[in-house]
Design a protein around this ligand. Structure first.
Ligand SMILES: Nc1ncnc2c1ncn2[C@@H]1O[C@H](COP(=O)(O)OP(=O)(O)OP(=O)(O)O)[C@@H](O)[C@H]1O
Ligand SMILES: [Mg+2]
Length: 287
């Protein structure tokens, strides 16, 4: 296993350069609902942690799906969450972070307090999450994944403003899968212009994919045409094993020989390669 945090910063303008370690922040983003954002976030967190990364998942969706899956206790019982972070800029982000049920993965949970939050959010600057992440000590996490809500509202803008990269899950077999991509791209252009010029597209990820279904192949062709050269080779397969693992709150790697576990392993490797982690050990790889 490789100690990823020894990889130094790739940013040639970074003043800390050799002392600075890389901390990628990937927003898992698509304003369409039910496309696999939370599932992709959870599986990538688990898969990357198994490859030696120290991962933080930030749940910015008030539906709390990744929080409910990853938090060891009911997020509603936690005193400090992403809501606290939004309401109290004085709070230390570390106070809102908990160990998750997966080794190597921490969670900054969200709770459903949307009515209160809407009013708070209205007044907040989209820099808020970026500002809090800037206070995390260098080297604490190798990778931060942000699970975005299914809209283009303030929380999504906060995620894109804080992110180094964004990843777009696209649901296979949905005839409307690519409707709204113009809005998604326009949002990214606006965030880059106003706040975060270095934001990079990591790629589109086909989720819930079943290559035997004609409709899934049609979506695949459309996605490849829409995002030329920017589609993950790995597709997350549609499988009841994914739902079962999430419902039982266990890792898909508890059944390491399933197609899903093997796919998550390959996807995590491809994901890390796209982030610039080359030449890490394949020891214990599950393919
Ligand atoms: N690979 C898969 N195989 C089978 N079911 C899946 C798979 N991925 C996701 N699902 C199911 O599809 C539904 C939507 O997935 P998920 O919650 O990850 O989407 P989302 O984009 O986060 O949704 P929302 O926009 O509501 O936050 C869930 O019920 C989930 O269990
Ligand atoms: Mg979700």
């Amino acid at each position: 296993m490789v100690a990823y945090s020894t990889i130094s910063c790739q940013n040639s303008r970074c003043l800390l350069r050799d002392r600075c370690v890389k901390m990628d922040v990937v927003a898992v983003f698509n304003q369409k609902g039910g496309v696999g954002k939370s599932t992709s976030t959870i599986q990538l967190a688990d898969g990357c942690a198994r490859r030696g990364m120290t991962v933080l998942v930030i749940d910015l969706d008030p539906q709390s799906n990744s929080s409910t899956t990853l938090s060891p206790t009911n997020p509603k019982k936690l005193n400090y969450t992403a809501v606290t972070l939004i309401q109290r800029p004085d709070i230390r982000i570390e106070e809102c972070i908990y160990e998750s049920i997966f080794p190597g993965v921490s969670i900054l949970p969200m709770v459903m307090k949307m009515r209160e939050l809407e009013i708070e959010l209205w007044r907040k600057d989209t820099d808020l999450i970026a500002m809090h992440l800037g206070r995390i000590s260098v080297g604490t996490y190798d990778l931060i994944l942000i699970d975005c809500p299914p809209n283009l509202g303030k929380l999504t803008l906060m995620a894109l403003t804080a992110a180094t990269h964004y990843l777009v899950p696209v649901k296979a077999g949905d005839q409307y899968a690519l409707d709204g991509i113009e809005d998604l791209e326009a949002t990214v252009i606006e965030v880059k212009r106003a706040k975060n010029p270095n934001l990079q597209f990591l790629g589109a990820l086909l989720t819930m994919f079943d290559g035997r279904k004609g409709v899934d192949k049609v979506t695949e062709t459309r996605v490849l045409e829409t995002f030329p050269g920017m589609v993950f080779d790995e597709r997350l397969p549609e499988s009841v094993k994914v739902k079962e693992a999430i419902m039982r709150r266990v890792s898909v790697f508890s059944e390491p020989n399933t197609a899903v576990a093997k796919s998550v392993s390959r996807l995590s490797k491809e994901f890390l390669r796209k982030l610039g982690y080359e030449g890490f050990a394949d020891e214990g790889e599950n393919e």
